[in-house]
Design a protein around this ligand. Structure first.
Ligand code: F6R
Length: 254
């Protein structure tokens, strides 16, 4: 695991965007795994800026998003399909046919999970997976007590996640109770992973991911067993990490 601690949320996005852009320059036909939520917005903004200013080319890139709420159509402004269009895809030159998210409207979620896994495999697997982290240390929507061997599947959201995500809805009662998410195994199969976090409310989860026991109680802790993970966090999200760790990792100002 490499750890990059940044001074600000914007700097976190910049560091993450640099890694994504580097991946695309090295391999124009990269397969990216992408996340929604507040955390990666500054990364998407930066990638859009790099596309506009120096022509970062997404025309050969394929993307697979981590998750989607069950029962939400792509036209619903609260769907993750919609979020990705608004925050990223409509601002870059990615081909619509190269963009994939799990189908939250599928009738059979077991079949949908299998279809999604096959699509990822057919594209050669994910080269670089971008992750946020929940306050309960979930990655994707893999909530505590996760089965580490799971692939894309239907999940029931934790009460903590429902409360956290209610900020995007009128109130918590409107937050869907179920989602379809890549599983931990899907995430662990990615060649490279970057985990992003900002803000004090993520400090405990970041501690669990980086220094805690590897346990299904803290799903992100499994990343300690991945061969290539960069953890990019602002200083607030890093505040519970012991300073002995800071010393051996990179800290960036900006
Ligand atoms: C989103 C996802 C989730 C979020 C996490 C943090 O696609 O899979 O794991 O990354 O819930 O959300 P934010 O960034 O809104 O704090």
């Amino acid at each position: 695991m490499r750890l990059v601690i940044t001074d600000s949320y914007e700097q976190m996005g910049l560091e993450a965007a640099n890694i994504v852009a580097g991946q695309i320059y090295l391999k124009p036909g990269s397969v990216l795994g992408l996340a929604t939520g507040s955390t990666p917005v500054s990364m998407y903004e930066r990638l859009v800026a790099v596309h506009r200013t120096v022509g970062l080319d997404f025309s050969e890139v394929t993307t697979f998003n981590l998750d989607e709420y069950i029962g939400m159509s792509p036209e619903n402004p609260q769907s993750y399909h919609y979020f990705m269009q608004e925050n990223f895809f409509r601002h870059i030159n990615i081909k619509p046919e190269n963009v994939f998210l799990p189908d939250g409207m599928a009738e059979d979620m077991i079949a949908e999970g299998q279809r999604y896994e096959k699509l990822i495999a057919d594209k050669g697997g994910v080269d670089l997976q971008v992750l946020g982290i929940g306050q309960n240390a979930h990655i994707g929507f893999n909530e505590p007590d996760v089965k580490f061997a799971a692939t894309t599947h239907k999940v029931e959201l934790d009460e903590e996640t429902i409360q956290a995500n209610s900020r995007f809805f009128r109130d918590a009662s409107e937050v869907p109770r179920y989602a379809i998410s890549m599983g931990i195994k899907t995430i662990m199969m990615a060649e490279h992973v970057i985990l992003l976090a900002n803000g004090k409310n993520k400090a405990k989860a970041v501690y669990q991911a980086v220094c805690g026991d590897v346990t299904p109680e803290a799903p992100a802790s499994i990343l300690q067993l991945h061969r290539d993970v960069a953890v990019i966090v602002d200083k607030e999200a890093a505040e519970l990490l012991p300073s002995s760790i800071h010393g051996v990792y990179i800290s960036r100002k900006g």
